[in-house]
Design a protein around this ligand. Structure first.
Ligand code: ADP
Ligand code: MG
Length: 290
């Protein structure tokens, strides 16, 4: 492409709220075969709400909710905000110890009681047998919820179902990308059942789930092996390395600063419609000059 056509394309994209930070990206995007999407905050709103609290025998909501909300108040994960919001404004018990285990959950001590909240992987790591709560977790995950276990003093106390609505524009955008011959995939740290339920409702069959934050680059490189050039769309701190690694890294403009700084393209609109516009402008720019 000539410098002039790149400049015109970049300008046209900017008018649609798609910021190409490098002319290279405008050229590369025209040839991308696979676009991988982060789930939370990219495909979904990233504003989950607590929708289910399934209690184990002997535990009451009024005991468990303050303990888990107090511990999660120390975490920055979106699911933590959902749990804190469910507790409301009432004062929280004091947190004596807090530790965050990336890709797993949180561990701590709340007013003298040991509290562990996270996925099955975390419970296994902590030597906590989830027993009869396992079924509730699987059922919630199959419905597309993020399902977490909470244990108090080493005993499984509850399964928490957190649901994060899909952005209203995600459906049409994914369909439009597929119609343009692009393979759409999803990469997430969430459980396979949850990821598949959400991806399935969007017509995405390529799902890489239960990926640890430092595993997203490897996941994308597996997709690249299948064919040519890959783009990644994400919003989170965890997404920064994979945004930098992708042939084209696309950040959601409402996402974290680190994600935006690591990307080649920034979508001001905050939704996946911007990816379709970016591909359109890129292909049109290259078609004109080829
Ligand atoms: P994602 O952005 O896809 O949720 P993460 O690596 O941030 O990926 O988290 C992976 C999983 O770890 C989550 O789906 C959840 O099961 C668990 N997890 C992470 N942070 C927390 C937390 N603060 N409380 C409970 N579970 C958590
Ligand atoms: Mg995200």
């Amino acid at each position: 492409a000539t410098p002039t056509s790149i400049m015109v394309g970049t300008g046209r994209a900017a008018e649609m709220g798609v910021l190409f930070r490098k002319g290279d990206a405008l050229q590369t995007l025209a040839d991308v075969d696979v676009i991988a999407l982060d789930k939370t905050g990219t495909v979904t709103m990233g504003k989950p709400a607590l929708t289910e609290l399934v209690l184990a025998k002997g535990f009451a909501r009024s005991d468990v909710l303050p303990l888990i909300a107090a511990l999660e108040a120390k975490s920055e994960h979106p699911v933590a905000a959902a749990i804190v919001a469910a507790h409301g404004d009432a004062s929280l018990p004091e947190v004596w110890a807090f530790d965050s285990v990336t890709g797993h959950g949180v561990v701590g001590n709340v007013a003298g009681r040991s509290v562990v909240i996270g996925n099955g992987r975390l419970m296994a790591r902590q030597g906590i047998e989830v027993g009869s709560l396992a079924k509730a977790e699987t059922d919630l995950a199959r419905m597309g919820h993020t399902a977490l276990f909470a244990a108090v003093d080493g005993v499984p106390a509850a399964v928490i179902g957190v649901s994060d609505p899909i952005k209203p524009t995600s459906h049409a955008a994914i369909a439009a990308l597929k119609a343009r011959g692009i393979k759409v995939a999803m990469i997430t740290g969430d459980k396979a059942e949850t990821a598949k339920a959400i991806a399935g409702s969007l017509g995405i069959t390529d799902v890489i789930a239960e990926v640890l934050p430092d595993g997203k680059v490897a996941a994308l490189s597996d997709l690249r092996r299948d064919g040519g050039k890959v783009a990644f769309v994400g919003d989170g701190i965890n997404d920064a390395p994979v945004l930098a690694f992708a042939d084209v890294g696309i950040a959601i403009g409402t996402g974290t600063d680190v994600a935006i700084e690591s990307a080649d393209v920034v979508l001001m609109s905050g939704d996946l419609g911007g990816v379709v516009n970016a591909v359109e402008v890129s292909r049109r720019t290259l078609r004109n000059i080829r």
